[in-house]
Design a protein around this ligand. Structure first.
Ligand code: ADP
Length: 468
């Protein structure tokens, strides 16, 4: 099964020293977003709903009880630490659980509760007395399928009668054997093999079809066609559930192809702003002074004062009351080389530093992020890999070791906003510190200041009182 986790650009341990930021493939970015952020992204924007028949009722719920779930499933939901449905779940869940079944297209940014919603619907729709696959969930990659399976296993903790099977690389079914599991979670290639070529299960008996991460799916060569071929073999009565983090024409065309008469719900992303962000700059003569500024900032926040970032969810520690909190400072660099230099220097000085470079394998990256989330390292050093595709909402201090610039060396205001901006209406506060070491970077800073019309204050980095 092709699961192209695009390899990072090569060239030195930091992916070379040219200025182009390293980018994750959509599948990698999505996976890393799941790994780094285990809490719900909340939203104050309203759900937008579209449906063909405006007279058909649309329900929403404020509690999980209102869904009339199987009590053991409800217990599983609470076990995961969920108290109330998230914004998208309020509308998605009643639609997904409706009788007669209703097709749904749902779009909202990563972390808003889509996976939990369809996993709950999948589990809820299973008739465990029937020993054949009834629910089919397609994920774009091996790793994403496993993630979904883990959520399902967790939620089904009190429903041991429900069985699941992964249809991913490495899984084989002996010839002539028919699957007896209720739920199949897999990648398109393997599912096509099992369902169409080898017929180890009957696609016509699938009553719930989930297409997850549709935007990532269409970004992966060949996956869209495979999904369509699988879809063609399903019964017309099968309930379709379609999820995407983005909403562009290509995704919507794909959605309309797969999902007939849907209710479409959308939760627009809140705009980022600098409203609650205090912005500073530090004048440095050279890289060594930048280093001093960094260790100064780090030393100040490192002494355990209340700068709080990543919440590691209950989901990880199986302990509902415990919240692990760590201080997270993210430094941004223009060049991989600088990042390597700084991490080496900081490690030598005895700081626990996590480094995320483009040269690591996906497993290594996940490992780095996991350790970071557990608080084993307090500083994460990265080039541009975290600034796009992955939200750093929980990070309160962002240090621009180098200011963001575009390919022409001009101020990149959009990236600046994305690095330090927050969806401000939640009142999350943040601090941005820009290290400025040349006339050129002063000019870039001024451009950014003018662009957002928000003052960037001078900070004396030798004075740690000021940083506090
Ligand atoms: P998405 O699929 O949109 O990326 P997820 O379903 O993975 O979102 O949810 C993001 C995070 O929020 C997960 O850690 C999940 O366990 C958690 N979560 C989901 N729904 C709820 C809820 N109703 N209450 C609290 N946490 C939730």
């Amino acid at each position: 099964d092709p699961t192209p986790m695009t390899p990072a650009r090569r060239g030195g341990p930091w992916g070379g020293d040219d200025d182009a930021p390293e980018q994750f493939s959509p599948a990698e970015a999505s996976l890393l977003a799941k790994v780094i952020r285990k809490g719900l992204v909340e939203s104050k924007t309203d759900i937008e709903v579209q449906r063909k028949d405006p007279k058909s009722p649309l329900y929403s719920v404020k509690t999980f009880e209102a869904l009339n779930l199987n009590p053991n499933l409800l217990k599983g939901v609470y076990e995961m630490g969920f108290n109330a449905p998230s914004k998208i779940q309020e509308t998605a869940l009643p639609t997904l659980l409706a009788d007669p079944p209703q097709n749904l297209i749902a779009q909202s940014q990563s972390g808003t509760g889509k996976t939990a919603a369809f996993v709950l619907a999948m589990l809820s729709r299973v008739d465990a007395s029937k020993k054949y696959p009834q629910v089919l969930c397609l994920s774009p990659t091996y790793e994403l399928a496993i993630q979904t399976g883990e959520v399902a296993a967790h939620m089904a903790k009190f429903c041991p009668e429900i069985e699941m099977k992964f249809a991913v690389r490495g899984e084989e079914v002996p010839r002539g054997v028919k699957l007896t599991e209720h739920i199949i979670i897999g990648t398109p290639g393997k599912v096509l093999d099992w369902g169409v070529k080898f017929k180890v299960f009957d696609l016509k008996k699938i009553t719930v079809f989930v297409l997850d991460e549709a935007d990532v799916m269409i970004a992966t060569q060949g996956h869209q066609d495979q999904c369509i071929r699988i879809h063609k073999n399903l019964s017309p009565a099968c309930q379709m559930m379609f999820f995407s983090a983005t909403y562009d024409q290509e995704v919507m065309d794909f959605a309309e192809h797969i999902v007939k008469n849907p209710i479409t719900i959308r939760l627009r992303r809140e705009e980022e702003s600098l409203d609650n962000i205090s912005q500073y700059y530090v004048r440095c003569a050279n890289a060594q002074e930048k280093y001093n500024a960094v260790t100064n900032i780090y030393g100040t926040v490192g002494v355990g004062q209340a700068i709080i970032f990543c919440h590691v969810s209950n989901y990880d520690n199986n302990n509902n009351s415990k919240k692990v909190v760590n201080t997270v400072v993210v430094f941004f660099f223009r060049r991989g080389k600088t990042a390597a230099w700084l991490s080496e220097k900081m490690s030598k000085d005895g700081h626990a530093v996590a480094v995320l470079s483009g040269d690591l394998t996906v497993e290594q990256r996940i490992n780095v992020l996991d350790r970071f989330r557990q608080g084993q390292e307090k500083v994460l050093i990265t080039t541009n890999v975290l600034s796009r595709g992955i939200d750093v909402e929980q990070v309160t201090i962002v240090v621009n070791f180098d200011l963001p610039v575009d390919v022409h060396g001009k101020a990149d205001c959009e990236t600046y906003l994305h690095r330090i901006g927050r969806t401000g209406r939640f009142g999350k506060r943040g601090i941005a510190i820009n290290l400025v070491d040349s006339e050129q970077s002063v000019a870039i800073l001024k451009t950014i200041e003018r662009h957002f019309n928000k003052k960037i204050h001078f900070l004396n980095a030798d004075d740690s009182d000021e940083i506090e």
